[in-house]
Design a binder for this molecule. Structure first.
Ligand SMILES: Nc1ncnc2c1ncn2[C@@H]1O[C@H](COP(=O)(O)OP(=O)(O)OP(=O)(O)O)[C@@H](O)[C@H]1O
Ligand SMILES: [Mg+2]
Length: 555
């Protein structure tokens, strides 16, 4: 493992890295940083949570001088939340160097962004739709850009982004460095690479299993109508510090968040029909721990890095295996362990097996948590809270009444009653969810396969639904229809199981792990899913809440 000092970085950048607490480079950083510093175009693939952001961020900022007053680097991300997060990380890395960076994404007041642009940032991190908007208004000019990064490049390739990205890339000088990063690199990435990259170096730090090694993956077979009960038992049993629950559609997410709240959980929902203010507020609450459970569509599947996420629960399986990999990758990051659970309805078992095949990982079947396990889990938490309170002390005001009560009642009886009150059992709240259709496994490969190069984003034979051609804009790009009319490519679902450990050694301090194995190409192709870009309200059909929620992406 290399230390960052070995990369020949300037002191101010090194200082920022130290401040971030990074001691050693992760494998992707070790491989990508020297190549990127040397100016190569790059395709970088490494498991979720292994520091790809810094792998491109460090070289990118190293190339820019503080005195510059033009946009010299552009990072594109598929979602607004990710743009914000990457901008923050770049902000931290440039803290001592004093570069200016700005996040540009849909849903935020454009006037505010224009004012930000007047401060002459050298680095822009944005979602494609809003970027184009600024380009068209001439508030952003890309004539001087020297470095372009597509974070979650494969995701950005999905229809709806491809054209925007092509438009943007064509506006950037030919003489530039272009880098693509993701944990998954379906073969169709090659198309974009051929078009826009020059002799790219491939850096792949992917062991045999594509999912991150520190994630314990399990699944539960559960009929659709019992899923909510299963979820609430699972949360009780596991008592996650922070959990992300993925639902297939916006409606699903709304209903789940509301149901969980009614049952007394501290939960909130995130999807693309919320205003950006609402989205920001939910993310803020989740990051600072004022909610424990984030219920989300795939808008939260890619790139988000929230420390303390111990559990990912796929309430609905994702449509494609890549999405599974990214969703569960919200836990088990930076050398920490995590647990992923997936709910699979009996008719979705084939789909689960597809995910297992593509990710080359067996997902362990587990029984539905029993009521007894759920109660035990809740009581354990209550007892922990109670004991923490004893530790803190400062109970003098309560001691008088406690002594009085103990004189009159049995101590076990009293404490049990207090525990019951504290546990706050809201199990009576009846929660009814609108049922979702099961996800069906699609054949991967075949003549429509993207690997054949015939269809840019074809996915497994023609799944990807025609999405709403909504007024003005609709979706661009071809995208075949998919089953279940009106759906646009939903792709969530996921399952998980079995403890997979070992393999890749992260190299972050304090994490066991064994040699990183490089190279294993992973060949899964993914189906495309549609989504609208931001900054184009017209392309977002109204009341899409019952559709699979891919359009949440971007901006
Ligand atoms: N060298 C390092 N040492 C310790 N922690 C690191 C190092 N590099 C990055 N990290 C931390 O690891 C976490 C994950 O990093 P990052 O978000 O860049 O992962 P990623 O590979 O982009 O994952 P994803 O595929 O999910 O987007 C972040 O909290 C980051 O600060
Ligand atoms: Mg990332």
């Amino acid at each position: 493992m290399k230390t960052f000092a070995e990369f020949g970085l300037e002191p101010k950048v090194l200082q920022a890295i130290t401040e971030l607490g990074f001691e050693e480079a992760t494998p992707i950083q070790e491989q990508a940083i020297p190549l990127a510093m040397a100016g190569s175009d790059l395709i970088g693939q490494a498991q979720t949570g292994t520091g790809k952001t810094a792998a491109f961020g460090i070289p990118l900022i190293s190339k820019i001088a503080r005195e510059e007053d033009k946009i010299l680097a552009l990072v594109m991300t598929p979602t607004r939340e990710l743009a914000i997060q990457v901008a923050e990380e770049i902000g931290k890395l440039t803290r001592f160097k004093g570069l200016r960076s700005l996040a540009i994404y849909g849903g935020q007041d454009i006037g505010r962004q224009i004012r930000g642009l007047k401060r002459k940032p050298q680095i822009i991190i944005g979602t494609p739709g809003r970027l184009l908007d600024h380009i068209n208004r001439k508030t952003i000019r890309l004539d001087d850009v020297q470095t372009i990064v597509l974070d979650e490049a494969d995701e950005m390739l999905d229809m709806g982004f491809m054209e925007d990205i092509q438009t943007i890339l064509k506006l950037v000088p030919e003489e530039r460095q272009t880098m693509l990063f993701s944990a998954t690199m379906p073969p169709n990435i090659q198309r974009l690479a051929q078009q826009f990259l020059k002799n790219p170096q491939h850096v792949s730090v992917i062991p045999k299993q594509i999912s991150a090694p520190l994630i314990d993956q399990a699944y539960v077979e559960v009929p659709e109508r019992q899923k909510f009960e299963a979820l609430s038992r699972l949360i009780d049993m596991e008592s996650p510090d922070l959990a992300i629950v993925f639902g297939r559609t916006k409606r699903r997410v709304d209903e789940l968040a509301e149901g969980l709240q009614k049952r007394g959980y501290s939960a909130d929902g995130l999807h693309g029909d919320l205003s950006q203010n609402q989205r920001d507020a939910v993310m803020r609450k989740f990051r600072d721990g004022s909610i424990d459970v984030l219920v989300a569509t795939d808008v939260a599947a890619r790139g988000l890095d929230v420390s303390g996420v111990t559990h990912v629960i796929n309430f609905d399986l994702p449509q494609d295996p890549e999405s599974y990999v990214h969703r569960i990758g919200r836990t088990g990051r930076a050398g920490k362990e995590g647990t992923a659970w997936s709910f699979v309805t009996p008719r979705e078992m084939d789909h689960l097996h597809l995910i297992e095949r593509v990710t080359r990982h067996r997902i362990t079947r587990k029984p539905l948590p029993t009521m007894a396990e759920a109660i035990e889990g809740k009581q354990r938490i209550t007892a922990e809270r109670l004991l923490a309170m004893v530790e803190v002390g400062e109970l003098n005001e309560y001691k008088g009444i406690a002594i009085q009560l103990l004189e009159q009642y049995d101590s076990v009886q009293l404490l049990s009653a207090a525990m019951k009150l504290l546990t706050g059992d809201n199990k009576d709240a009846q929660i009814e969810l609108t049922p979702e259709d099961p996800i069906r496994a699609k054949r991967r490969g075949g003549k429509n396969d993207i690997r054949s190069g015939r269809k840019p984003n074809g996915g497994y034979g023609g799944n990807r639904s025609g999405s709403g051609s909504s007024s003005g804009g609709g979706y661009r790009g071809n995208r075949d229809n998919a089953s279940g009319g009106g759906y646009r490519g939903n792709r969530d679902n996921a399952s998980s199981g079995g403890s997979t450990r070992g393999g890749y050694s992260s190299g972050y301090g304090g994490n066991s792990g064994s040699g990183s194995s490089y190279g294993g190409g992973y060949k899964g192709n993914r189906d495309g899913a549609s989504r609208n870009t931001d900054g184009r309200p017209s392309s977002r059909p109204s009341s899409t809440s019952t559709r699979p929620a891919k359009q949440d992406f971007d901006a």
